[in-house]
Design a protein around this ligand. Structure first.
Ligand code: BGC
Length: 367
């Protein structure tokens, strides 16, 4: 071994790693159905790592970009972190470029989780491990792990908060509510909605909740691109069409950006602000909760999520199988993806002063 210079030794290590990769890739069943098997068995510490992020539709994504760059650089990797603000084709091209750069792990926060099949197959063929980040990758066997806050639980917490908030204002129903969902191309949007509806649907069925617009399906409730103006426009129409004299008691909003759009619409219509849910703990929404306008948000600390994704990368680099804590909940249409799920936390005026104690931005804001 002494005859290897530094470069020679690195090349030898790389060659062994490449062999291990090929072997591992071949022996792995194409549809492992829940097994925690990554596609690599260790790779050099200064390897390229790709991180493909969607559009900057909320603060969490912007924060993730910085955290991935800092964390992966700090661990010695060579990260490429990119947004796909111009759409699906841009994200597809970015992933192809990451494969060409020899990325050992590609972390994907998909713009549209069902449109990346070709690139994920190519990534897999090149020996990369694929981690779905925050949003699941759909209808493909080529996703090794999923790291996210439990999205169904987010929806359940939102549905429950909506009920609790309305009950606190008016002890007995019926309550008039409207429903908003996220962007239909984001795999999370339907999961949030289904989680919320698991709580709300029985109450709609028993007459406790009334949706005066009649728009109770996901398809009717969606907000294309998670855009505030789309939510505001729909809310304006709902208010004009169904709430001339009737009161609106609550609105299910899937995230903070859309919650603030609903508040703008309701204010413009001269109506009292109903109980409105949210998600992401965006600064403006936390202020809105403190001011008694938005009712709730969800704390999904981006720092913890990125940190965990990087722990997975480090494990893979060391040839270890990353830890998962869920092997049954997230079926992507082709396989159940081994997942590491973090618990989302509901935040209302009741706990807003304690919820963010260790958050450098929100902590001081809520003191
Ligand atoms: C994320 C949410 C975010 C939304 C819009 C979702 O996939 O899970 O936290 O609000 O995208 O950016």
């Amino acid at each position: 071994m002494r005859m290897f210079g530094k470069a020679g030794k690195a090349a030898a290590v790389a060659a062994i790693a490449a062999l291990a990769l090929t072997g591992c890739g071949r022996s792995e069943p194409s549809n492992s159905g829940g097994g925690a098997s990554g596609g690599t068995a260790g790779f050099p510490q200064d390897s390229a790592i790709g991180v493909a992020l969607p559009k900057k539709t909320s603060e969490n994504w912007v924060l993730a970009e910085k955290l991935f760059n800092d964390g992966l650089n700090g661990a010695g990797f060579k990260p490429t972190v990119q947004f796909a603000n111009n759409g699906v084709a841009e994200q597809q091209n970015q992933i192809s470029a990451m494969i060409a750069k020899g990325a050992k792990v590609i972390i994907v926060g998909a713009l549209d989780g069902s449109q990346l099949g070709t690139q994920l197959q190519q990534a897999k063929d090149a020996g990369a491990t694929i981690i779905a980040y925050d949003r699941l990758l759909l209808n493909t066997a080529n996703v090794d792990y999923y790291v996210a806050y439990d999205n169904f639980k987010v929806g359940v917490l939102q549905g429950q908060a909506l009920l609790d908030g309305m009950k606190a204002k008016k002890a007995a129903g019926p309550y008039n509510i409207e429903l908003l969902a996220g962007s239909p191309d984001d795999a999370n949007a339907k999961v949030f909605f289904d989680g919320a509806m698991s709580v709300l649907k029985p109450k709609i069925d028993d007459g406790t909740l009334k949706v005066l617009s009649g728009q109770t399906t996901f398809e009717k409730a969606v907000t294309q691109d998670w855009k505030a103006e789309n939510a505001q426009r729909r809310m304006d129409t709902l208010l004009t069409g169904s709430y001339g004299t009737a009161s609106l008691d609550g609105v299910l909003s899937p995230n903070d950006t859309l919650a603030r759009a609903v508040i703008t619409s309701v204010k413009a219509a001269g109506k009292p602000i109903p109980v409105i849910t949210g998600q992401d703990s965006e600064e403006e929404s936390v202020k809105s909760i403190l001011a008694g306008e938005q009712y709730s948000t969800i704390n999904k600390d981006t720092r913890k999520l990125v940190e965990h994704a990087i722990v997975m990368v480090k494990d893979l680099q060391a040839g270890k199988t990353p830890e998962i804590n869920d092997d049954k909940s997230y079926n992507n249409g082709t396989k159940v993806v081994p997942a590491y799920l973090l618990p989302p936390v509901i935040v209302t005026a009741a706990n807003v002063k304690t919820a963010y104690v260790d958050d450098p931005v929100l902590g001081p804001l809520t003191k």
